[in-house]
Design a protein around this ligand. Structure first.
Ligand SMILES: [Zn+2]
Length: 137
């Protein structure tokens, strides 16, 4: 007999893992962007440097598009909606019991759900998608 509940939970876990990976891509992209702007502003980049960096952006974007394909439609549109609002801070980890997007306290019961990756939880205050991140990451 197939256990539907456990199948659903596994699927939710996989979806949340993709969201975690998306967050890492967004984070890398924004630090790359920041470094790029800084160096460009300081006039320290040659044309080749700029070409190389633009290529890196391209690679990230392609990688992100691929990841997006792995996400369920409803989650993808949710993510897109928050991404347009919060950019790379659309998905945030819960740290020390608070949403790291707006620093509001998350009830322990919901933290348990987020840690277990059993359901998609969004911050009731700022609406960001909440994920669990291990401390050693
Ligand atoms: Zn929040």
């Amino acid at each position: 007999m197939v256990d539907d509940t456990s199948k659903e939970r596994t699927e939710m876990k996989n979806q949340l893992k993709v969201l975690q990976e998306l967050r890492n891509i967004d984070k890398s992209l924004s630090s790359l962007q920041e470094a790029f702007e800084g160096l460009k502003g300081a006039g320290e980049l040659t044309d080749e440097d700029i070409d190389f960096i633009l290529q890196e952006f391209e690679n990230f974007a392609t990688g992100k598009d691929k990841k997006m394909e792995d996400i369920r439609n409803d989650l993808r549109s949710l993510y897109k909606r928050y991404y347009s609002k919060f950019s790379e801070r659309a998905i945030v980890p819960v740290k020390n019991g608070v949403c790291t997007g707006c620093y509001v306290t998350i009830p322990p019961m919901r933290i348990d759900l987020i840690r277990a990756m059993d359901s998609l939880e969004v911050c009731e205050n700022c609406g960001r998608i909440l994920i669990w991140e291990d401390d050693d990451v």
